[in-house]
Design a binder for this molecule. Structure first.
Ligand code: PAF
Length: 285
């Protein structure tokens, strides 16, 4: 596996592969890799295999522009040695680990803003977050120039923002959405799970159980209001959980719905101590 620590090293590496006629797939991450990320790599590899083979790049970059002033940038988990070990194991061809200075040069003035989708839902709780995500993903796409890139459905709004950006800006990148990978007790895998206290970790699977119930209610034809009330009551019964938001939206574009007459996505944001966990489920009426 090649390790590229600068934009130039990454560009040189991809240029060689391109000269050999290889396709390239990218898995953008912020490191602290777990089985969820490795599944993104596997799906990106599947995409390459289905398109005649090619090279797989995983980027590891804790992107400062997607963290708000009171968020966890400084304490975000980092473990480069373990990340590189896992990427070697999964058979990645290159790891891209640029510095903040290399990615954000002084005096830069340009950001990418998907104006509608970025202001709703988690965008209200985390102003500027999706602008930071869209900007860094655009930069990674411009540096690596991938044919495809994989993102988790766990961050459903992020995936929707990226799909919209790629369509709006005619970016020639196929976006692979990858279903959420879960622990045995249902908790969605996330680097933030590492920061839960043992008591909060034990309580956190309430999110998955609440989503199971909501999905069953959608399938049974229950009205929107009843599902919201049930979700709120189920999560409130767990004293360690503090609900930040519960939303049921059109799964295609996250627009508001009045009745459930099409696929919907149920989105939860719940705090446990200082850690904000999100989870989602797509449900069909
Ligand atoms: O999902 C993430 O880990 C990040 O938001 C991403 C897509 C790597 C951009 O920094």
């Amino acid at each position: 596996m090649q390790i590229c620590r600068s934009k130039q090293a990454m560009r040189d590496c991809v240029a060689e592969w391109r000269a050999e006629g290889q396709r390239v797939a990218l898995v953008p991450t912020m490191g602290a890799l777990h089985r969820g990320h490795l599944t993104l790599c596997e799906r990106a590899r599947d995409w390459l295999d289905a398109h005649g083979g090619g090279r797989l790049v995983a980027s590891i970059f804790v992107n400062p522009t997607q963290f708000g002033p009171n968020e966890d940038l400084a304490t975000y988990p980092r473990d480069e040695e373990n990340d590189l070990r896992l990427l070697r194991q999964i058979g990645a061809d290159a790891a891209f680990l640029p510095s903040v200075q290399d990615i954000y040069r002084p005096g830069a003035q340009t950001m990418v803003d998907v104006t509608g989708l970025s202001r709703m839902l988690m965008g209200r709780l985390r102003p500027g977050h999706f602008r930071g995500v869209a900007t860094v993903v655009t930069k990674l796409f411009n540096i690596v120039g991938p044919d495809a890139a994989a993102f988790g459905e766990k961050d459903y709004q992020q995936l929707t923002v990226i799909r919209q950006m790629v369509a709006d800006l005619d970016m020639p990148v196929a976006i692979i959405g990858v279903p959420t990978v879960r622990e045995e007790d249902g908790l969605a895998m996330s680097s933030r799970n590492l920061r839960l206290t043992p008591q909060d970790r034990a309580a956190a699977p309430i999110l998955a159980r609440a989503l199971d119930r909501a999905q069953a209610m959608v399938q049974a034809g229950s009205p929107l209001g009843a599902i919201r009330r049930e979700l709120r009551a189920l999560i409130a019964a767990e004293p360690r959980a503090e609900v930040r938001s519960i939303d049921i939206r059109d799964a295609a574009d996250l627009s508001r719905i009045v009745t459930i007459d099409r696929p919907v996505v149920i989105l939860l944001a719940v705090r446990f101590g200082t850690v904000l966990l999100i989870d989602q489920r797509v449900a069909h009426p």
